[in-house]
Design a protein around this ligand. Sequence first.
Ligand SMILES: Cc1cc2nc3c(=O)[nH]c(=O)nc-3n(C[C@H](O)[C@H](O)[C@H](O)COP(=O)(O)OP(=O)(O)OC[C@H]3O[C@@H](n4cnc5c(N)ncnc54)[C@H](O)[C@@H]3O)c2cc1C
Length: 464
Amino acid sequence: MELVNDVHSRLNPTRVASVQRPGTTEELARIVKQAALAGRGLTVAGGRHAMGGQAFREGGLLVDARGLDRILDVDQERQIVRAQAGVDWRTLIDELGRRAPELAIVQKPTGADDMTLGGSVASNVHGRGLSLGPLVDQLAALELLDADGVLHRCSAEDERFRLAVGGYGQAGIVTEVALRLQRKLRVRRGVSVRAAPGIVEALESARDEGALFGDFQMAIEPTADALFRRGVLSTYAPVSSRVPLDQPRRLDARAWRRLLELAHTQPGRAFAEYAAYYTQTHGQVYESDRAQLATYLPDYHLELDRRCAARCPGSEMITELYVPRARCELFLGDLRAALIGAGAQPIYATLRLIERDATTALAWAREPWACLVVNLHVDHDEAGRADAIGRFRALIDVALGHGGSFYLTYHRWATGGQLRAAHPGLVGFLRRTGELDPERRFESDWSASLRERLAPNGFVDART
Ligand SMILES: Cc1cc2nc3c(=O)[nH]c(=O)nc-3n(C[C@H](O)[C@H](O)[C@H](O)COP(=O)(O)OP(=O)(O)OC[C@H]3O[C@@H](n4cnc5c(N)ncnc54)[C@H](O)[C@@H]3O)c2cc1C
C-alpha cells in the first residue's frame, strides 16, 4: 500500500494498492487490461492538484500519467501540437519555444504550471481569458483508453470526447491530446487599483478594446468596508511583435512566502503590498504564453505552520463560484456578508470571466459567467474541517441564490441538493459513464462520493 495525497490542500490522504508509472501508451493499455482481468479499480493522476479525491481510489491502483511525457509533433501549418497526457504546461511552453517559436498555447490554468494536459482535459480548465471558454475549445482531438484497455481516437463530434473533457477520468484515460495553438503574441499588462463596483463592465470593456486576458485580485481583509470592495485590475492587450519584451519582474519565492504569511496574519497589509508590487508592473510587455506562468510553492503551508506555531497543520482549500455577470455585484455583497458572518477570511480572491462551453457533457461554463476563485484556510483537525465544510457549503448557497454554480475540481463537500442545482447534467453523466464502464473500474473516491450524495434524491446507478 502507498499513501498519496493532493498537493495543495493535503486533505485527501488515500492508501492505494500501488502506483504505476507507465512510459508508453502500450504499457498503460497493458496495466488497464491487467486491472480489468483482476477486477481491480484504477484511477489516473497527473499533477495531483484536484482537491476532492478525483484522482484517487482507496485500495485501487493509481496510474501516475507523468511518465507519458513526450511532445509528439507540432503541425506548424494547422497550429496544433500533439502531446502525451502527462506533459505539464511549463514543459509544453518551454518546448514549443524551442520547436515552434512562432506558436503559443492559448490558455492554461493559473496558479501552478505542473498541471498535466490529461488532468487539465479531465477538469476542462480555464485561465484568465476575457473572451475564452474553457480548454475544450482548444482541443482538436484526444486519444482515450477505455476500461478494457481499448484505444479510441475522438474529436468533439464523439460522445466519448464530450464525456471525457471535464469528466474527471470517468470516461476513460487520456493518453494523447491534440491541442490548438495560436500565433505567439506580445501583450502589455495594464494595472490599476480600483473599487469593485462595475468590475464586470471594466473587464468587458477591456475585452472590447482588445485585451485578451484579465482578472481582478480583491482585498481580503474581513471587514464590511474592505472585503471585496477594492482590487487590482490587470489586463493584457496585444502589442506589435516589434515592441521589446521586458525582463519579467516577478515576485520570487521569498516574496510570495511573505505575502502568503501576511494574508493569514495581516490581510490588509497583504493586499496593500500586493497592490503596490503589481502597480509597478504596469506597462510591462510579455509573451502571451509566458505571462501565464506562475510561481507555485508546494510546501508553503508547512513552513507557515511552523513559523506561526499553528495548533495543527493547515492548508488552503480553493473554491470557484460562478454567477451570471449581471448578478456579480449583489453576489459579492452577499458573499461578503456570509464570510464575515462565519468569521472566515479568504487568503486569496480573484474574479475572472468565462464564455459558454457548448460542447462537453458536464459543462461547468453553462453561461458566460463571472468566476470568483476564492480560498479559505482549513485547520486539519476535526473542528477545522467541520468549519470549512459549513463555510464552503454556505458560499455555494450564495452562488446558487444568484442562479450560479461552482467548479467540481476542488473539495467534495457540496451537498446532493447543491450538486443537482449547480450541475443539472451530473446524474445523466454518471449514468452514461456507468454504462460505458459497467464494472466501474475507473471509479474514484470522488465519483463514488458524488453517487452517494446524489443517491438519497433518487439517483439510479446504471448497474441497479
Ligand atoms: C494552486 C492551484 C491553482 C489552480 N488554478 C486553476 C485555474 O486557474 N484554472 C482551472 O481551471 N483550474 C485550476 N486549478 C485546478 C486544476 O487545474 C485542476 O484540478 C487540474 O485537473 C489539475 O491537473 P492535474 O494534472 O494536477 O490533475 P490531477 O489533480 O492529477 O487529476 C485531476 C483529475 O484529472 C484526472 N486525470 C488526470 N490525468 C488524466 C488522464 N491522463 N486521463 C484522464 N483523466 C485524468 C484525474 O483522474 C482527476 O479526476 C488549480 C489548482 C490549484 C491547486
